[in-house]
Design a protein. Structure first.
Length: 370
């Protein structure tokens, strides 16, 4: 029985977060909405420790409904997330909390799909009182007058848009969550729905420009933009502005990815994706070649022939781009930036940065008046 396939289909149909563990409590599968909070480790331990063959359900106002059970040596945790995010204090948007009966019915269907038999429900609840808080970085609310843009917000925005430009879904989604936590959405109209629609228009505009930079034809990008905005204007309700705008961003990312795949060999595209995903840790060309399943010499030849630059040059360019963003949008010392972009020390970064740009990292930061 392919538990992972059934769990994926169930998640797609319900938007419930699903976590599967082996008998040693090691995670083997996770499927959740990108903007949904992570499962706190101490809560996870408590649930796994108390997991039994019967389905145990607990419902809490801030966490939502959580179910756990054991099956054939695996442990399952199903989470109907209620309070998802606070978005830098400007919105407290929620993925709707479903009622107990609906959640129980969904669990019954899931269990039937897994076992072809009816489940047994426990009458007990796991004591989760101490965990009645969602594990998100931003939980303090602030007034509109107190809200000011942050350097971290600008950095998160730029990294998120690079995910669109690269056509890299993992890069986009991981940085979208950071942008959602640190970004600068603000309140764009007195009416809540109008404000959310304005946010969607603004976000779609950013996605459109990034997609064009990534190689999407301008006419196609603007047509997609118009379609998204028209559908948004027709909506009478936007339950979760963050998940809604993220799905729009994904549409642009997938369009850019399709174009890039058409224009370059699969090996080169996958090598570039590996570099984007592992920029701070990638050690050498051998590692990249292994990730795409070819020899080092073949990758080097094909990469240079396709892109006009070597693999190392491409890697260095991406590191310098990341370093520039950190220099512009953070106050981190140069030695910490060097570590974050994958250099052993500050002097190694400085030498490479000056060779590529003609100026030192510190000089670049000063010239930008940061």
């Amino acid at each position: 029985m392919d538990f992972n396939k059934i769990a994926t289909d169930f998640h797609n149909a319900t938007n419930l977060s699903i976590f599967i563990f082996d008998s040693h409590n090691k995670s083997t599968f996770t499927s959740k909405m990108t903007v949904a909070p992570n499962l706190p480790s101490d809560l996870e331990s408590n649930l796994l420790k108390n997991s039994v063959n019967k389905i145990t359900i607990s419902i809490f106002s801030k966490i939502g409904a959580i179910a756990s059970f054991n099956l054939n040596g695996s442990k399952f945790i199903i989470w109907a997330t209620s309070n998802a995010i606070t978005g830098n204090g400007k919105y407290d948007d929620k993925i709707p909390l479903i009622d107990f009966n609906t959640f129980k019915s969904q669990l019954t269907l899931f269990y039937l799909a897994l076992t072809q038999s009816e489940p047994t429900f426990s009458t007990n609840q796991v004591d989760l009182t101490d965990y009645d808080i969602i594990d998100r970085p931003n939980q303090q609310l602030e007034s509109f007058s107190e809200h000011k843009p942050s350097h971290n917000g600008y950095l998160a925005e730029q990294r998120m848009l690079l995910g669109v430009e690269h056509g890299n879904i993992n890069e986009f989604n991981s940085n979208y969550v950071t942008f959602m936590d640190q970004g600068n959405f603000g309140i764009l109209a007195p009416d809540d729905l109008r404000s959310k629609k304005n946010i969607t228009v603004a976000a779609t505009t950013l996605f459109t420009r990034a997609a064009i930079r990534g190689g999407m034809f301008a006419e196609d990008a603007y047509n997609l933009s118009d379609e998204c905005i028209k559908k948004t204007e027709a909506k009478r309700n936007i339950t979760n502005i963050y998940e809604y705008t993220r799905t729009i961003g994904e549409r642009f990312v997938k369009n850019v990815a399709q174009i890039k795949r058409q224009n370059i060999p699969s090996i080169i595209y996958r090598a570039q994706e590996y570099i984007y995903d592992n920029l701070a840790t990638v050690q050498n060309i051998d590692e990249i070649a292994q990730s795409v399943g070819c020899s080092k010499s073949y990758l080097m030849h094909l990469f240079k022939d396709t892109t006009g630059i070597s693999v190392i040059e491409f890697l260095t360019i991406q590191k310098m781009l990341s370093a520039k963003q950190l220099l512009l949008f953070t106050q981190l010392p140069i030695n910490e930036i060097a570590t974050l972009v994958g250099y052993k020390n500050q002097s190694q970064l400085s030498r490479t940065f000056k060779k590529m740009t003609g100026i030192s990292p510190l000089g670049f930061r000063k010239n930008q008046h940061i």
